[in-house]
Design a protein around this ligand. Structure first.
Ligand code: SF4
Length: 582
């Protein structure tokens, strides 16, 4: 049996340097890349050299830059088949999601990294050398880490309270239930000191909550719970801000506040209570520690300056993330361009990046009326009459997911947060207070995804994760409607002259045929971008997929998902940012 491969930090050695110089002799044909990098690494305390070994036998090295999570070199000392892949597996097990930077003319390394699951996201020049940045596909990463423990086990045990709320939900009952959540977790004084500023971050995502003029719940945080929390906070807090930044039509947070009656909250104490649209707030740039996919993020000053942040998500399913709970709730806490960039660079990882910079002190999940099926906005309300509270978002979300009947680690945001050390999911590390999970568990209907194509509209799903599958399902559904040009058939079955192929996921079972129309989805398909229409993102935003696929039907009006002009503006802004970075 082959011994498992271990990575250990070590010093730069002459042997390592000689191997690097030897390798680049052919790759860099007369260049000085190897010598320059060796000098740079040796003088840089921010670089780690991992020595890979089996037992006491050294087998290779990995040069790793933790502040950008980038592999800068990987060298095998033996000809063992699959050795570099094993070294990369060990690195991913230790450092989680990684990227890589390599010379553009290092085609051999590019080839095996592509086969491993890295994708080229940027080509640029530094110190005269043409480089390519590669990101590990998240779908590949999810498969690599599934069932494995994080590199560092979360050291603490976290408390989570499951609070049952009387179905009558009177203001007094809601306030008493909330008070019980807070008291069980240590009491109000533990969270808010006299005169401190508190930001409540509810989930006010979209205007889809009303049916036939009546709000049935489950889409936005129940106004009555927010009101009850403000009542509890008023005697202590110096200022209470209810802050949100709408996620779909990003210019409409104010309208949503009005729509759901939030705009009247400041009547409770006009001096102390205010509403803030985080999409219009001033921003402060922060470096993400051990940045992955994005190395810095702009955070609204309202959150940056708050003494205390209380996150109040709704208990919901999510068509791409399985559940939308407290980790997902912070997607609303960033500015429109940042939201757009999250989709572009990798939504799940960027939720974790935000959690390094915005840290709610208390999480209270609104599970009065939850949402199942095609959440977070098009699902069905589900009565649960619960509040779930805690101080650690991962422990709270894991508990809520279990109540919903799901394995928490099947939700990418929870898995990413767990693997990157933000909190525990193990039942023996979550001390439950209040009701037990068994007492309140009521399985939720999961969003069912259909990514099947049509007669001449083929979908090639090469192991895509729920991100691309979920967003593609949403758009394909819009094509399952009558084709005005061909009565009796749906748009998706239109008899295109050139067959349409949509490729998603990191694996390829079919080679794209250049004679056909080819659409490539997301970072997983970025390496094919030049062979057709590439829809960027991870997952691409619904509006990006909508625009891309509807461009195949120039005679059909595209359904509206989000404010198209706002999205176009954001796309332009992002392109400017990327251009500046070059
Ligand atoms: S590009 Fe799509 S399939 Fe690939 S990891 Fe991102 S969301 Fe998943």
């Amino acid at each position: 049996m082959t011994q498992s491969l271990i990575l250990e930090k070590g010093p730069f050695s002459k042997d390592f340097a000689a191997r690097v110089v030897e390798y680049y002799r052919s790759v860099d044909d007369g260049g000085t890349y190897a010598e320059r990098k060796l000098r740079e690494w040796e003088g840089d305390s921010g670089i780690i050299l991992y020595q890979a070994g089996r037992g006491s036998d050294p087998v290779g090295w990995v040069v790793y830059r933790p502040d950008s999570s980038a592999v800068e070199e990987i060298v095998a000392q033996t000809e063992e088949k699959g050795l570099r892949e094993s070294m990369m597996d060990a690195l991913v097990g230790r450092e989680s999601l990684v990227s890589a930077e390599l010379l553009q003319n290092d085609t051999e390394k590019y080839g095996w990294m592509l086969r491993y699951g890295f994708r080229p996201t940027r080509r640029f020049t530094r110190d005269g050398a043409g480089l390519v940045k590669m990101e590990l596909s998240i779908a590949v990463y999810l498969k690599k880490v599934r069932g494995k423990p994080p590199a560092k086990s979360y050291p603490d045990s976290e408390q989570v309270i499951i609070q049952k709320v009387p179905p009558t939900r009177s203001p007094e009952e809601l306030k008493a239930s909330l008070m019980n959540v807070i008291d069980s977790l240590g009491g109000l004084a533990k969270f808010v000191k006299q005169g401190e500023s508190v930001v409540i971050k509810p989930n006010v995502v979209a205007d889809h909550g009303f049916r036939e003029g009546k709000y049935h719940g489950g889409v936005v945080t129940d106004l009555r719970v927010v009101r009850a929390l403000i009542e509890i906070l008023l005697p202590v807090a110096g200022k209470i801000t209810v802050a949100e930044g709408a996620s779909i039509n990003r210019a409409e947070t104010g309208k949503l506040f009005e729509h759901y009656g939030y705009d009247r909250l400041n009547e409770m104490d006009p001096e102390k209570v205010e509403l803030v649209d985080l999409n219009a707030d001033s921003l402060v740039r922060k470096t993400v520690p051990h940045g992955k996919r994005m190395l810095s993020r702009e955070i609204p000053v309202t959150l940056d300056r708050a003494d205390v942040i209380i996150s109040m998500p709704v208990m919901k399913t999510h068509f791409a993330a399985l559940v939308s709970l407290s980790i997902k709730n912070l997607q609303g806490a960033i500015a429109p361009l940042e939201k757009y960039m999250s989709h572009f660079f990798g939504l799940w990882q960027n939720l974790i990046n935000i959690h390094h910079l915005v840290k709610p002190k208390l999480v209270i999940v609104d599970g009065l009326t939850a949402q199942e099926d095609f959440g977070p906005v098009y699902g069905t309300p589900k009565t649960m009459n619960l509040l779930i509270g805690g101080t650690n978002p991962v422990a709270v979300d894991a508990t809520a997911a279990r109540i919903m009947g799901f394995d928490p680690l099947l939700s990418p945001p929870i898995l990413f947060a767990y693997m990157q050390g933000l909190g525990p999911v193990e039942p023996d590390k979550i001390q439950l207070l209040g009701a037990s999970i068994d007492e309140v568990r009521d399985p939720f209907k999961e969003a069912e995804l259909d990514v099947s194509g049509g007669e001449r509209f083929l979908i090639h799903d090469g192991g895509a994760c729920g991100g691309c599958r979920g967003y593609l399902h949403y758009v394909l559904n819009k094509l399952r409607r009558p084709d005005p040009k061909h009565p009796g058939i749906n748009l998706i079955d239109r008899p295109f002259d050139r067959r349409v192929n949509v490729f998603l996921g990191p694996e390829a079972e079919v080679e794209p045929d250049p004679e056909e129309t080819n659409v490539f989805l997301g970072i997983c398909q970025q390496h094919q971008a030049e062979g057709g229409k590439h829809l960027p993102g991870c997952p691409p935003h619904a509006e990006v997929i909508m625009k891309g696929l509807y461009s195949l039907y120039p005679d059909v009006q595209r359904p509206r998902y989000a404010d198209e002009h706002a999205e176009d503006k954001l796309e332009k802004m992002l392109m400017e940012v990327l251009e500046e970075e070059k």
